[in-house]
Design a protein around this ligand. Structure first.
Ligand SMILES: *[C@@H]1O[C@H](CO)[C@@H](O)[C@H](O)[C@H]1NC(C)=O
Length: 506
């Protein structure tokens, strides 16, 4: 009674559920929706069977993949031209069982399953204006490789273990087990990464404490395929760091003593180095000191030389100054043309009989005496002696000029005297040692203020000799310049001295 009603309702529900694009005709669903598991890389048959008494020659089958809201044509068979059409994604991977068509077997053979094939498929068959619609859920799975267990370096306590497995889909379950096949109590951390092929790679690590069960297995479970893969290791005691306490103690002691020995050794070495370096430094310092000493010595000699040079120069300048000072007192001198004879106590005096007179015996010397005499002040004059070998010049003192007695034994004189190339002063017959008598001009300073007579080498501007005057008490003392008279042209001449600008008082 209610059967046709139920059918109609079922048709409508199915039409809306699958959002079928079919517009007219009847739709017959043959088998209920089912789930199929496809293994990645292998083939899978997406089943579709239509229950019909007779399948006509003209019919069509279409497999559709539902990707979100899109419908992708997986494969289509149109009986008329007998051509299969594919979507690019399924190109070359699908096949119908043509020989089974008449028996209503519209299943699709999908080869080389990929992880992206996972999802809902619909098989739509149409003939005689009727449509058959079958929904299939394809699940994809992969059984990956056998896990590998690695021993990591020693942890703080115990040893670290890692388990690697690759090529699993979907995400597998990872379990650490003990020797009795029980799940281990140790904490483990698991990391899963999607490989480029769409499969999962698993890495899990665990810390195995000493004293626990030494048999360890790593199991990877694919719940979809209901398959497992497992690796098992038995860890020997020697991998554990805490083998025995006394050995550790011994090792610690050994380490400590080695550290101590190396410390002592390095200390000794550094000390030795220090000693060597200090000795070296000392030697260097000594050397430096010596160098410094010699340098100072050199400086000292240099300084001494400079000092003596300066002293010399200073002395020379002083002498020059003295000379110029003397010269500033120049006076014109004229001599009486008539000759006078002085009893000079000079050795080897000119025109004296050498056999009769000793070196200190007074001998008469003809001289020319100046017209004017001086009683006070400073007076300077110069006499050119040229290259003559014998001459006398100086100052003669006369007391009471009015007497006019000529040569008197009481007369005093201060003279410079040249005889046979040597120069003497009348003062104690001192011989003035001169390497060379290059000077042809002799300067005479009569200094009545200081009470002395100075003889200068006018060209060298140096003092030859200074003679003190024995000034008497009488006020009538007069000092006259004199010079020797010789025959011929070699008579010494009194030179006119240009009176220079008086020196400024120092
Ligand atoms: C369809 O045919 C294939 C190939 O002979 C077979 O493997 C499959 O089980 C059949 N399917 C049905 C639903 O009969």
């Amino acid at each position: 009674m209610g059967s046709p009603f139920w059918w109609l309702a079922a048709i409508h529900i199915l039409t809306f559920q699958h959002r079928s694009c079919l517009v007219t005709g009847r739709l017959i669903s043959s088998s209920p929706s089912s789930s199929i598991i496809g293994v990645i890389g292998e083939s899978v048959v997406l089943p579709c069977h239509v229950v019909a008494d007779n399948i006509p020659e003209v019919f069509s089958v279409q497999w559709i993949f539902h990707e979100q809201s899109q419908k992708i044509n997986v494969s289509r068979y149109d009986g008329k031209n007998k051509k299969e059409k594919h979507d690019e994604r399924y190109q070359g991977r699908t096949e119908f069982f043509h020989s089974e068509f008449r028996a209503g077997n519209m299943s699709l053979h999908l080869k080389n399953v990929r992880s992206s094939d996972k999802g809902s498929y619909t098989c739509v068959i149409s003939f005689n204006d009727t449509y058959h619609d079958v929904l299939i859920e394809l699940q994809v799975a992969a059984k990956g490789g056998v896990p590998s267990i690695f021993l990591k370096s020693h942890m703080k306590q115990g040893i670290g273990l890692t388990c690697h497995a690759a090529g699993w889909f979907p995400k597998p379950e990872v379990i650490w087990l003990d020797g009795q096949g029980q799940v281990r109590k140790e904490l483990s951390t698991t990391k899963m990464t999607m490989m480029p092929a769409g499969l999962y790679s698993v890495a899990t690590s665990m810390n195995l404490n000493p004293g626990s069960d030494m048999e360890v297995s790593c199991r990877i479970v694919n719940n979809l395929l209901n398959t497992t893969s497992e690796s098992r290791v038995l860890i020997s005691d020697i991998f554990f760091p805490s083998i025995s306490k006394w050995l550790i103690t011994l090792l610690v002691i050994l380490c400590l003593s080695m550290v101590l020995i190396s410390t002592v050794f390095s200390k000794l070495r550094s000390n030795h180095k220090k000693t060597v370096s200090s000795v070296k430094a000392k030697m260097e310092m000594e050397e430096e000191k010596n160098q410094l000493k010699s340098m100072i010595e050199g400086e000292k000699t240099k300084n001494r030389a400079a000092k003596s040079k300066l002293k010399k120069r200073f002395g020379r300048l002083k002498a020059e100054l003295d000379f110029w000072e003397a010269r500033s007192h120049a006076v014109p001198i004229t001599v009486n043309p008539d000759c006078r004879v002085l009893e000079l106590q000079v050795p080897g005096a000119p025109h004296a009989e050498s056999n009769a007179t000793g070196p200190n015996a007074p001998s008469p010397v003809p001289v020319l005496v100046g017209k004017e005499g001086f009683a006070a002040g400073k007076r300077y004059w110069e006499v050119e002696v040229g290259q003559q070998q014998d001459w006398v010049l100086g100052v003669v003192r006369e007391k009471g000029r009015q007497e006019e007695e000529g040569t008197r034994p009481g007369e005093d004189y201060w003279a410079l005297h040249r005889s046979q190339g040597e120069i003497f002063s009348s003062e104690g017959d001192r011989r003035i040692r001169k390497q060379q008598m290059s000077n042809s001009v002799i300067g005479v300073l009569l200094d009545l203020e200081e009470g002395q007579v100075n003889f200068y080498e006018a060209e060298q501007m140096g003092v030859m000799v200074r003679m003190p005057l024995r000034l008497g008490k009488e006020s009538a003392e007069m000092f006259y310049p004199f010079l020797s008279k010789t025959e011929g042209t070699h008579t010494p001449l009194v030179l006119p001295v240009l009176i220079p600008v008086p020196l400024e008082t120092l």
